[in-house]
Design a protein around this ligand. Structure first.
Ligand SMILES: [Zn+2]
Length: 144
């Protein structure tokens, strides 16, 4: 009989957090002096240069497309074409990612999208732990 021990998923990027329940979220940092947000803690706010520590917050999973491009060429093994987007989340944090959408011509600035966490292509760390990545999908309002 083999006993397996569950291994916790590893964040594929520094701004993904994974809770004890293995549910991931995006973390952001907010300047309490000017409200600027970033995906990492910094020594000083990049907007107002305040040296007060930025406050960590759990970022929204919804946002809107700020900019996008349809990628026609990529590394070997990466299926093309795909849509690369910059998304501004509801709390103004901006993330770059892939938008999985059937009709590339439907993508537009301001398009509502939501985050979906995934297995980062099935990659495993040296201990066999899966990675947690993310992508975006159109937000239709029908999701929970
Ligand atoms: Zn600031």
């Amino acid at each position: 009989m083999t006993t397996s021990v569950a291994v916790s998923p590893r964040p594929a990027t520094g701004f993904i957090r994974v809770g004890e329940d293995a549910k991931p979220w995006i973390t952001g940092f907010r300047c309490m002096d000017c409200g600027a947000v970033a995906t990492e803690q910094t020594l000083a706010c990049r907007r107002c240069t305040s040296r007060s520590p930025l406050q960590e917050f759990r970022a929204s999973a919804r946002g809107r497309v700020y900019s996008w491009t349809v990628v026609q060429r990529s590394y070997p093994g990466i299926a093309v074409p795909f849509v690369s987007v910059i998304v501004e989340l509801e709390d103004h944090l901006t993330l770059k990612g892939t938008l999985r959408v059937a009709d590339h011509d439907s993508v537009h600035s301001g398009m509502p999208v939501r985050l979906v966490f995934d297995d980062a292509g099935g990659a495993l760390d040296p201990e066999g732990a899966p990675y947690v990545g993310y992508h975006f999908v159109p937000f239709t309002g029908d999701e929970k």
